[in-house]
Design a protein around this ligand. Structure first.
Ligand SMILES: Nc1ncnc2c1ncn2[C@@H]1O[C@H](COP(=O)(O)OP(=O)(O)OP(=O)(O)O)[C@@H](O)[C@H]1O
Ligand SMILES: [Mg+2]
Length: 211
């Protein structure tokens, strides 16, 4: 499933909500959350988790208790393994697409991938192959990003019975980031980064749908 959204349309928040839904469906099983790089992950996924989890205050560091920092949804955090243990024994394993060894070897019940356009096809292939836990309720891959060509087009560009695409514009977000309102007026109606629903991916170009 791909959430194809404009900048600031709520993609990363949707991805964390999706991870929570998959955690409820798969108690005791492990899922993987992947970003293009670990530094980007700290700025995006970690930040969204602190914003979304009830009673969360900050990301746990040092000897701080994960539950005190991230609230009652979390039991434990291993910084060395980058694994959050959730209230129901499910694990959130954090991976980076530019460090494929962080994706190799394991089996996951589900996977979430943020900013897929910044991820190479090889990392997408490995991510995809690792979601194979036979005890998974549904081997869901959830992706959240601005649509682009390359492997994203191959996977989601054409209708497919096993693919779902949700499209959203930046302005669909009821709480869009402040810069959207500062964007120059003429740019707003056409910018594909703000309005991906008006954009169709063609093999060689990005084109706007006719009104
Ligand atoms: N469901 C929601 N309810 C309330 N606020 C939301 C919701 N989704 C997103 N937001 C607000 O919108 C902001 C942007 O959301 P988010 O970071 O998920 O967007 P994004 O599409 O991932 O952005 P980017 O293009 O920068 O990656 C959040 O910081 C949050 O304040
Ligand atoms: Mg985001």
């Amino acid at each position: 499933m791909l959430f194809a959204g404009g900048w600031g349309s709520g993609k990363t928040w949707w991805l964390i909500a999706e991870a929570l839904r998959l955690t409820v469906d798969n108690p005791g099983r492990a899922g993987v959350l992947v970003s293009p790089t670990f530094p980007l992950q700290r700025r995006t996924l970690y930040r969204a988790i602190v914003d979304i989890f009830p009673e969360a205050k900050r990301w746990p560091t040092g000897a701080a208790s994960a539950r005190d920092c991230l609230g009652p949804l979390v039991k434990d955090w291993s910084a060395s393994d980058r694994v959050l243990t959730m209230w129901n024994g499910a694990e959130w394993v954090f991976g980076s697409a530019d460090n494929v060894s962080s994706l190799e070897g394991a089996s996951y019940a589900w996977g979430c991938l943020d900013e897929p356009r910044l991820v190479r096809a090889e990392a997408w292939r490995i991510f995809n192959a690792r979601i194979r836990d036979p005890k998974s309720k549904q081997l869901r891959r959830a992706l959240a990003g601005v649509p682009s060509l390359g492997w994203m087009w191959d996977e989601f560009g054409k209708p497919h019975p096993k693919r779902t695409v949700i499209r959203a514009s930046t302005t669909d977000n009821s709480a869009p980031p402040a810069w959207v309102h500062r964007a120059p007026q003429p740019q707003r109606p056409t910018d594909p980064r703000l309005h991906p629903r008006r954009v169709r991916c063609a093999r060689s170009q990005l084109v706007r749908d006719r009104p």
